[in-house]
Each structure stands twice: as structure tokens, then as C-alpha cells.
Design a protein around this ligand. Structure first.
Ligand SMILES: O=C1O[C@H](COP(=O)(O)O)[C@@H](O)[C@H](O)[C@H]1O
Length: 249
């Protein structure tokens, strides 16, 4: 059973800096026991700030990035290179400056390469399945063994692109889902589903800002996932809530 730990930092800058350092050390430790590593990235304010801090951290040189695969928990369904895509922001903040082989960067399909969010979701599910551990874990969802899955949280308590009261919350038969009518623009998105999120060894929620405090309190109090999706974001081994004082209320 996963343990849930809350770590509070003085401000959003320190939160991003500490999360960057924590992730780099985690990758270093993990590379001494297994390869390849799989990391799920998040968009959002602190998520992208964290990537920018990794880009500046001297420790990044100690990680063998050829042995790291990068994925996303969700994506805005927009054309390739659109500045609002999580992928575009992650490339600008970190990936363009990192020696990660392009074939290790598993972005969700953009809207100019897929007909619909559903088609993009199916294609991403296939890609996830190609990197699933295989026979040792056949009963689980067909996703890679994520060492760490980073997730942001919106003020409404959404994680990835799983929004309160949306049907996507109930999808358990697939590892990805196409999302329509997102209350946060853009309306069309692609997201991991809860079974895929829960297959991660560690889920790290990176949450900063006073506007997140009510939803964070509800999630940590175990409110229903239907109204506060972040309450259901749990890793297999560990769930870390990395917060700033403002978000911790
Ligand atoms: O739209 C999204 O929002 C959430 C949270 O973003 P934030 O700016 O409120 O921190 C993010 O986790 C998700 O990846 C993104 O697509």
C-alpha cells in the first residue's frame, strides 16, 4: 500500500528547485539498480518551472539521459509546436538542452497528426504498451514502469487532464482517454487515466500557490475523486505531495 507524504517548502521557487534536486537524485539512485528509467512529466506553472531548474542544476550531468524515457501525464490537443502544448513548454524549459535521444521523448500526438483526441489517446496507449514490462505484470495496465510520475494540480483539483465531474474520471478499461470540454483552455486534451497513474511506482504532486489550497486540503482529506480528482492520484509505492506554504494553507 502506497504511503502519502506531504513536504512543504517556503515558496514556489524553492518548491521547483527542491523538486528538481529530488528528481535528479532519484534518477541517480534508480540508475544504480535498473534501466531504462521512465519518468512522466507534467505541464503547469510549477511543473514547467521545475524543468527549468533541472536545466540549471549541475547534477543533471551525473544522470545518463540515454537511459531515461520521458512521457507526459496529459497534453493539450493542439498543433505541433503550439506554445500551449505541454511538450513545447517542456522542450523549451529543459529537453532541448538535455542529451536525451529523441526516440526516448514520448510526446502525445498533436492535433495535426491525429484526427481527434480519441485517436491521439489510442496512439499514445499503443506507445505506452510497447514499453510495458511484459510478462511479469500481465494483469496490470499496459504502461511502462514509471519510476516517477510528476503531476500538477489545478485550483479545481484536476490532475493530468482529469477534471471534476468529467466522464474521463470513470475510464478504467484504457490507459489513456480523449477529453472534450475541459473547463481550462484548450477544451480538447489527452490524458492518462487513473489505472495508468496508479501503476506508477511513485506519484509526485507538485502544487504551488494559494489558489490550490482548498483543493489540496480536500484531496488530502480524502474527498471523493469525482469532485476532487487529485484525491485519487496515488503511486504504487509512494505518493509525495510537494507543496509551497501557500498551497499547504
Ligand atoms: O492544464 C494543465 O494544468 C495542470 C495544472 O496547471 P497549473 O498551471 O495550475 O499548475 C497541469 O498539471 C496539467 O499538466 C496541464 O495540462
Amino acid at each position: 500500500m502506497s504511503t502519502r507524504t506531504v513536504v512543504v517548502h517556503p515558496d514556489a521557487e524553492t518548491l521547483a528547485e527542491a523538486t528538481a534536486a529530488r528528481l535528479l537524485l532519484h534518477l541517480l539512485d534508480a540508475q544504480s539498480t535498473h534501466r531504462p528509467l521512465h519518468v512522466g512529466l507534467t505541464g503547469g506553472t510549477v511543473g514547467i518551472k521545475t524543468l527549468a531548474r533541472i536545466a540549471e542544476a549541475p547534477l543533471r550531468h551525473a544522470v545518463d539521459w540515454t537511459g531515461v524515457h520521458l512521457w507526459w501525464g496529459d497534453e493539450r490537443f493542439l498543433p505541433a509546436g503550439d506554445p500551449d502544448r505541454n511538450e513545447t513548454q517542456a522542450r523549451a524549459a529543459l529537453l532541448d538542452a538535455l542529451p536525451v535521444p529523441e526516440e526516448n521523448i514520448h510526446a502525445m500526438p498533436p492535433s495535426d497528426m491525429a484526427e481527434s483526441p480519441e485517436e491521439a489517446a489510442r496512439s499514445y496507449a499503443d506507445e505506452l504498451a510497447r514499453h510495458a514490462p511484459g510478462t511479469s505484470d500481465e494483469s496490470g495496465p499496459a504502461v511502462p514502469r514509471f519510476d516517477v510520475l510528476l503531476l500538477g494540480m489545478g485550483p479545481d483539483g484536476h490532475v493530468a487532464s482529469l477534471f471534476p465531474e468529467h466522464d474521463a474520471l470513470e475510464v478504467t478499461a484504457t490507459t489513456t482517454v480523449g477529453v472534450h470540454g475541459s473547463p481550462k483552455p484548450p477544451p480538447e486534451r489527452v490524458s492518462l487515466t487513473f489505472p495508468a497513474i496508479e501503476a506508477a511506482e511513485e506519484v509526485w504532486l507538485v502544487v504551488g500557490g494559494a489558489d490550490k489550497a482548498p483543493a489540496a486540503a480536500r484531496a488530502l482529506a480524502g474527498e471523493a475523486v469525482r469532485t476532487t480528482p487529485a484525491a485519487g492520484a496515488l503511486g504504487r509505492r509512494r505518493t509525495l505531495w510537494l507543496m509551497d506554504v501557500a498551497a499547504a494553507g
